[in-house]
Write a protein that binds this ligand. Sequence first.
Ligand SMILES: Nc1ncnc2c1ncn2[C@@H]1O[C@H](COP(=O)(O)OP(=O)(O)OP(=O)(O)O)[C@@H](O)[C@H]1O
Ligand SMILES: [Mg+2]
Length: 658
Amino acid sequence: MTTLDSPVDAGSLPEIPGRAGDTKAMPRRAPLDLLSSLRAKLVIPYVLLTLATAMIGMFVITRLVASTLRERFANQMLEASRVAGDSMVRRERVHLEDLRLMTFTQGVGEAMAGDEAGDLQQTLFPLVLNNGVQSLTVASAGGQELLSLIQDPATSEFLVSRGADLSQVELLAGPLAGRKDALGDKFAGLLSTIYGPYLFTAGPVRGGAGEVLGALMIGTRLDSLASEIKAQVLADIIILDSSGALMTTTLAEPEDGYDILSLAPYDVAYLNPGKTVQLSLYGRPYQIYYTPLEVRQKPVGVLGVVLPSNFIVTTESTSRNVFILLFTLGTLAVIITGLVLASRISRPIVRMRDVSLAVAAGDLEQRTGVRGRDEVGQMAAVFDLMTFRLRRRTAQAARLHAEAVRRSEELAEANVRLQQAQQQLVQSEKLAAVGTLAAGIVHDIKNPLAVISGLTEELQEGVTPDSAIATPLTQIRENAVRASGIVTDLLKFARQSNPEKSYQNVWDTVRTAVRLNDYLSRRANVRVGVDLTARPVMTLYDAQQIEQVLVNLIQNAVQAMTPQGGLLSLVVREAPPWVEIEVRDTGVGIPAKNLGRIFDPFFTTKPPGEGTGLGLSVSYGIVAQHQGQIDVRSEVGRGSTFVVRLPLRSPDDKTLAG
Ligand SMILES: Nc1ncnc2c1ncn2[C@@H]1O[C@H](COP(=O)(O)OP(=O)(O)OP(=O)(O)O)[C@@H](O)[C@H]1O
Ligand SMILES: [Mg+2]
């Protein structure tokens, strides 16, 4: 136990006796506001932080994904448009090679100079077929159509024509005039024919002296070119002319017509480097990236690359959904972990709170039972130790309190006994004083009274009854006798002798006292009731003296009920260690102010000559000599009750005998 009184090292605490984990015995805890519970305080900020992080993370990542996606899409369009541009350039190069081949083929120059259409066709047609040329036009230096071969896209048959005036065809004007630009003497452009728009390249045919003999123009159908490009770039293609009007497209006709694919001339003028247009086609979102279509470094129209953009929206929403799912699961996992952690942290604290409540409510047997090397474990151990010490101290205090109460009761009892002894002493001293006084005067008075009554008797003998002094003589004698009686009483009182105790039946004493007062009671119209115990009660006392006490009490009772009459009850009771004799009347009662004086010698309220005031004081003295008690209760107008208590003793009890 000494270890418990020395300073505590919580880590090495001994096992402390008490009930641990007994929550049933705990007082009901006050309902806690859910938000102010320890668990909530731990979990709420944690959860809020997690949610905030998750939302910011989700926002950032979806943004990132979306912008990456859009960037990739834009790149894809740029790439497609570059590839498409390259295809046009490549086609134009094929045209140049074909032109070169035809220009330098023997007989072409001569045929043109000689205007020999038949020879021209014979020479050029095999080249047209072999090289897959879709359209060839030969113009004379004067702008006359010498030969035109154009393949019908439907039948693949070639249509041959001659003789048209081509001097107004802008593309042929440069070569026929022998003009050159930075790239040379060839010119390219888009032209519409009976089979739709074509990409044409035109170049001059010169004679030996360098003179222009005419011009050749080779063309490829734009729709076949667009299909070719579409196959390469995997995107639909739109080709507009330099005014922004649609020339061809690989797209099927939109609901709103082909016109929505065209651009305004203004847009075309400011197209460099490109323009993205968002359109809804066939009910789905598309993006078109328009760039200038340059052939031979000159803008000839507009090239549009078309890609469906709904996959961006779809991919964005798919990725958003995936991230939402991931973040929701992650957040849930984090919250659950948080709850588990919080309850692990708060469980011992909650347990300590419960035990504190129980201890506060007075149950010092409770122990937290929480152990651990952490701060909470140490705190719990110290708390248990405190509770244990508190219980020990409380038990000590309770023992001391009980001891104090017992002592104070003993003290109170001793005090009562002391007071009784003091009262008895005072009473005895009063009696003794009166006794000494009485003994002194009785002798001196008794003799003169005897002389008075003797002489009066003698005088009476000499007097006739009708004499004038006969009556006064009689009165003198009677009063002398009366005075002598009083004096005798006083003497009796003065000579109070020690009681001569013997083993007596209380019933007999009570009955004798009642019988002695029989006449008195009847005359005063008082009914008498006696209530005795079931069996006779025997004890040690002086029968004559106790009889005297009861006679005094009965006489007082009868006098208190005179003249109105009433009921006198005598009750005998066994109340160990006493036998009680109760004398109760329904008389006038005793005023409270007199209650403390009625046992005093010579206290009387009766008219002079009727009472000496010695009855109760003599009775008190007798009972005291028997180690008994005499009590009174009284109510004015209702009556008085006197109780005499005598100790219950067996005949061989020597302590009181004698
Ligand atoms: N039963 C009673 N009812 C009412 N008053 C009583 C009763 N007993 C006693 N007293 C009062 O107590 C006084 C004292 O009684 P105590 O017997 O000593 O003297 P006493 O009766 O007056 O005279 P004595 O008994 O000497 O003839 C009485 O005068 C009376 O006032
Ligand atoms: Mg009396």
